[in-house]
Design a binder for this molecule. Structure first.
Ligand code: ADP
Length: 158
């Protein structure tokens, strides 16, 4: 099914993200996981750290590539000649925002299609913010993030 882009801030990557990446990689020929800055959220991890974390957790998946882009998603998609964007949906609360984003993106570029992947129920409660909140109060995040990035995340909070 061609190529797709999975955009996000991945600050940091969670087991929920990885689940979406793994499942999507089985459907598409090639998946670009793209770190895009979200102006509404101030990042804790640097771009380099986020690239490194995503590379670590996807090193075993052949058709996944990690990239960073500063700017609009549709600009990145155009540059890569990809017209399929994949988003994860955790709850109704994600839907309203993602629905709006999908419509705006299609308004800006009618070629762009957005495909929603429904979360694995195991991870429906999981977000990068929850990981940061738990870690900052000294809670155990072992079940929330892939083991390959656990140390990198904890290093920020020690
Ligand atoms: P977060 O919302 O956790 O800060 P991002 O902004 O990096 O994460 O999200 C990137 C994409 O991944 C979005 O489409 C988001 O809906 C999706 N996503 C994040 N966490 C999960 C999860 N636990 N299950 C399914 N999709 C998720």
């Amino acid at each position: 099914m061609g190529m797709a882009i999975y955009p996000g801030s991945f600050d940091p990557v969670t087991k929920g993200h990885l689940d979406i990446i793994e499942r999507t990689s089985k459907i598409v020929d090639e998946l670009i996981v793209a770190i895009l800055e979200n102006p509404r959220k101030k990042a804790v991890f640097t771009i380099e750290e986020r690239l490194e974390m995503l590379r670590r957790v996807t090193s075993g998946i052949e058709n996944v590539r990690i990239e960073y882009f500063q700017g609009l998603l549709i600009e990145f998609a155009k540059r890569k000649k990809v017209n399929l964007v994949v988003k994860g949906l955790r709850a109704i609360s994600d839907f309203e925002f993602e629905f709006q984003m999908a419509l705006v993106n299609r308004k800006l570029d009618p070629q762009i299609e957005t495909l929603f992947m429904v979360t694995n129920s195991k991870y429906s409660y999981l977000s990068s913010s929850i990981v940061k909140e738990v870690a900052s109060f000294g809670g155990d995040i072992r079940d929330l993030v892939p083991p390959e990035v656990y140390d990198m995340i904890m290093a920020k909070y020690s």
